[in-house]
Design a protein around this ligand. Structure first.
Ligand code: ADP
Length: 274
């Protein structure tokens, strides 16, 4: 009888997790232009907590711009982006002009982490300082607290013996793993990985993908993976988004997208990776 009860409560627990949760990320009618060039042309996208979404598509189709907007590095021309139910840009009137409320933006920024193609490490800081800088300056942690978190993250990415090294002395794969630890240490709710293996020598790609795979398996964080690594996307992603010409052209499970593409556009795109 006791066992039955345990089974029931496990099932109930499962039921509580499955029903529609509110999205952790929500793009609504997002457009983005640079000058006269419209790069994104009406993006609607929801990501669930813990969901791993791969974004694929031709070069120049606006994938990076989508990620940079989530990281608040670019502002949409129109439309809204919400993280955990709150607008990223909360606009206010100041001195007769409408501008983003900086205090709000600052707080929202902590929810999102990003890893870039070209690492973007601070060259004049050693590995430990690269990772502890934001938790100290932005979250206000003490040196000890920040270092404790950093040790955990650097160990997770396999760099427990590199704390004192400077970026110039590290391989591309090691630099990228520092960049991943630096983003993780902020404990974001969602992480954007933007072509993180594109600048790496082929033999260094594996070690970075392995770290991302491990983070993905831990499960709790939502991840947007902008990538040309189709096999990796297939393996990691819960959902794959195919973007072209500033729009989401097709989306589905990795099986739907890779094994049964519907649009001509996606079919011809995938041909190039066969
Ligand atoms: P993808 O990641 O799919 O390759 P991007 O988002 O990097 O696409 O770029 C989409 C388009 O926007 C490209 O034509 C690019 O040149 C342009 N673009 C991106 N950022 C800027 C910028 N800051 N200023 C002007 N044009 C930009």
């Amino acid at each position: 009888f006791e066992r039955e009860e345990t089974e029931v409560s496990a099932q109930e627990k499962k039921n509580q997790v499955i029903p529609d949760t509110s999205p952790i990320v929500k793009y609504t009618g997002v457009t983005k232009s640079f000058g006269n060039v419209e790069v994104l042309n009406g993006i609607d996208l929801e990501m669930q907590p813990g969901e791993k979404v791969a974004v694929i598509g031709p070069s120049g189709s606006g994938k990076t711009t989508m990620g940079r907007m989530l990281m608040t590095l670019e502002e949409p021309t129109s439309g809204t982006i919400e993280v955990d139910g709150e607008l990223l840009w909360h606009m206010e009137h100041k001195g007769g002009i409408v501008r983003a409320n900086e205090k709000h933006l600052h707080r929202m920024r902590c929810n999102v982490g990003m890893v870039f193609q070209h690492f973007n490490l601070f060259p004049h800081m050693n590995v430990m300082r690269n990772v502890t800088e934001a938790p100290r300056k932005v979250l206000g942690l003490s040196k000890e607290e920040a270092e404790e978190r950093a040790v955990t993250m650097l160990t997770k990415v396999g760099l427990e013996d590199k704390f004192k090294m400077y970026p110039s002395k590290l391989s591309g794969g090691q630099k990228q793993r520092v960049a991943i630890a630096r983003a993780l240490v902020m404990r974001p709710k969602v992480m954007v990985f933007d072509e993180v293996t594109s600048a790496l020598d082929p033999e260094l790609v594996g070690e970075v993908l392995e770290v991302i795979r491990e983070i993905a398996e831990e499960g709790e964080m939502a991840m947007m993976l902008i990538t040309h690594e189709m096999e990796f996307a297939k393996e990691i992603a819960d959902r794959v988004i195919f973007g072209a010409d500033g729009k989401i052209v097709e989306q589905g499970t990795p099986e739907e997208i890779f094994d049964n593409p519907q649009s001509d556009r996606l079919q011809s795109f995938l041909q190039r990776f066969r």
